[in-house]
Design a binder for this molecule. Sequence first.
Ligand code: FAD
Length: 461
Amino acid sequence: MSALPSASATFDTVVVGGGAAGLVAARAEVLAGRSVALLDAADELGGALARASVADVEVDVGAESFAVRGTAVSTLIRSLGLTQVEPSPEGAWLLRDGRAHPLPSAGVLGIPGFPLADDVRAIIGTRAAVRAYADRLIPELTIGREHDLARLVRRRMGVAVLDDLVRPVVESVYGLRPEDADVDALLPGLNGALTATGSLSSAVLRLRSAAPAGSAVAGVDGGIHLIARALLADLQRFGVEVRPSSAVSSVDHAPGGWRIRTADDVIDAARLVIATDGSTARSLLRPILGDAVGIESEWPAGRRSTTITLAVDGVDALDSAPRGSGVLVAGAEDGSATALTHSSAKWPWLRDVLPPGRHLLRVSFRGEDEVPVDLAVQEAGRLLGVTIPAASVVDAARTVWRQDAARATRGLPARLAALSSAVAATPALAITGAWVAGTGLASVVAHAQSEVARLGAAPTD
Ligand SMILES: Cc1cc2nc3c(=O)[nH]c(=O)nc-3n(C[C@H](O)[C@H](O)[C@H](O)COP(=O)(O)OP(=O)(O)OC[C@H]3O[C@@H](n4cnc5c(N)ncnc54)[C@H](O)[C@@H]3O)c2cc1C
């Protein structure tokens, strides 16, 4: 047997994957006094905290906001010297059967708190709203918990609430069919509030009253991508070895810790943090953990989507933000847009940096087929109820996304709990990232910090 090649470098910690999770983990490690290398497959770090230059303005083409529950993201933003901003107060709209309506204001993930409210009736009609109100009269669940979100909503509020309100929101935010969504993972506390209050609508109101006042999401002055840029600047300042275009192909146990391989390098480390997407992480972990936790077994498929960001000039009808911050589409057909964000209406900082009369629109499609810009322009016009001439588009950027199955997919929370236990039982190993933490920055940042804290002082201190 040939001897192991010697490592070209040795660090206290290697972090694999430089999206939000890996950047946050690397910063925590270097601030704890460790030597750190951060390896990412892409030529620009940041993962879904992505940017593109559209008509000479750097804009978010991935995440553009964060949920304000918890304090992890706000604290991080402040510590990076960035400024947290609120979106404009106009909410989002829903397009159903060609008609647009403001999304009901008092709801959670589309589940209405006031089923008979005008904004609910406008979308599902009075008869369906009365059916939804029957939720207040149906005896509460007393035995067991309901895990299937679709069943829970359909049983308590009827099929119209499920299909016309809940489905578009859950599919757009989590890429998840309500039939596949685990209630406890998606809305922790909902089952408990349902038991305590006796109805789904009251449970939703209770969850809302427990949330902080004001908007449920916030942004960063200049864009969410600045979080990645500022984290990277910190890492470089603190002496972290940051290596873009360095896809890790394998990780193995080695004397003193871990051996990490890329196509053209071998690195040793005492501690290893895997912060890639789920399918990469599972293939790296397989030789270490085996199938003890079902890592080899089929994993639910993730989702692919394409976003086209358009810079549009001189369409006066956009100045009044005709669909508020954007539009979700109920029952979007294949090949048509599923959602639109009117970014320059949603974010005052963005409106201020654009020349007068310019708007930024982000149009989302399912899948990763080549979406012609003309189709995105046409769909933007349809969703906004405005004519957008092709000649008014001054620039466009296309981004393709592959996201893992949401952590809240039914069956996954138990598998992920078993996987996390197996990882915790493996010395000097941590895994983090949206596939284990849950979708969204609020979950990802808090999880990355707590995973690194769990590794604690051992073994290098
Ligand atoms: C279009 C879009 C919009 C979103 N909008 C929002 C939003 O508004 N608000 C919100 O809170 N969340 C939003 N999210 C979700 C949020 O952005 C993600 O949950 C979060 O950024 C994920 O971070 P991560 O580090 O787990 O993964 P990622 O950002 O996916 O990072 C994983 C990294 O691993 C690297 N990698 C992969 N394989 C390897 C390998 N073999 N070796 C080394 N590196 C590797 C990748 O290059 C990548 O940089 C959005 C996501 C998308 C895609």
